[in-house]
Design a protein. Structure first.
Length: 301
């Protein structure tokens, strides 16, 4: 069953999803049911290879304005507060202005989304299972029930839970970052690392020929996750500001990576301009950070 082709249009996908990371698990369950039912769904967790190496702003603008028949916005408090979902919302609204049937709102709560009138009918997700919502969405898209549309049995993968102490994990990450940076700078002639912890902030400085080429402050707290999170402020050259961060995040168990990972809102630490939300293992984080330090060092020198 390929709905987009059956309807006689040129859409590559039947539906695309816009969401905040806090609802990722629920939405992934919905996307899996739809995909198993023959619905052509674009969900970013299924498209990592397609997005790899691309400018994500351009790629998301393309998918949300041109390539899908419907768009489901999963509205929540987190959706209204985060940078990346609000960028997606602007792409969605530009399409909705010329295609009023495109937008399908679904609400986890009553948060107000700028530009989407309250008069638009929505599905209330409070207390609704992902399977039940998937069934409603399949009926909306294909006018068939799950039993009629499904091509193969859908088996729910058991959820993997991992208990951990976020404070221990944070301290482990800070030690790892400093240790890895020391190891890497030691291999470059004339480069060294200084570090010192003052009142809960790890101050690290990369020096080349005794000149500071990169400053990194690591804070034992995060804007969104409070005392259990971590924040960073990285800048080329000497750090002048008294406060400020350009990345902040919290630690979560990643089933995909099978480890505790950092859910990071990157405001420019690892990429410039802002890199958006990322989920990174320790190795992935240090590799991205080191690449950024090297790039900035070459630019300064």
């Amino acid at each position: 069953m390929v709905i987009a082709e059956e309807k006689g249009n040129n859409y590559e996908y039947d539906v695309v999803f816009s969401l905040a990371g806090e609802q990722r698990e629920y939405v992934e369950e919905v996307a899996t049911v739809l995909q198993d039912s023959g619905i052509k769904v674009w969900f970013y967790r299924f498209k990592e290879l397609e997005l790899w190496g691309k400018n994500q702003i351009d790629a998301f603008a393309e998918i949300f304005t041109k390539r899908a028949r419907y768009c489901v916005i999963f509205i929540s408090k987190e959706y209204t507060e985060k940078i990346w979902p609000n960028l997606e919302r602007q792409f969605i609204q530009s399409r909705w202005l010329t295609d009023p049937d495109y937008l399908l709102p679904a609400r986890f709560d009553n948060s107000l989304v700028i530009g989407i009138p309250d008069t638009i009918a929505y599905i209330n997700l409070e207390g609704k299972t992902s399977d039940r919502f998937a069934e409603q969405l399949i009926q909306k898209i294909s006018n068939k029930t799950v039993k009629e549309a499904v091509k193969k049995p859908h088996f729910r993968t058991p959820k993997v839970k991992q208990d951990f102490d976020p404070i221990d994990i944070r301290n482990e990450w800070i030690f790892y970052i400093v240790e890895e940076l020391e190891n890497r700078v030691s291999k470059i002639k004339g480069m060294k690392l200084s570090h010192d912890e003052i009142e809960g902030v790890m101050h690290t400085r990369v020096l080349l020929n005794n000149n500071i080429v990169y400053s990194l402050n690591i804070y034992k707290k995060a804007f969104f996750a409070g005392d259990n999170g971590i924040s960073f402020c990285g800048t080329p050259g000497l750090y002048h500001s008294i406060s400020g961060t350009n990345a902040t995040g919290e630690f979560i168990w990643s089933k995909e990576k099978e480890c505790v990972a950092l859910k990071l809102l990157d405001l420019s630490l690892l990429e410039s301009p802002a890199g958006g939300e990322k989920l990174l293992s320790k190795d992935e984080f240090i590799e991205a950070l080191w690449n950024r330090i090297c790039d900035e060092t070459e630019r300064i020198c």
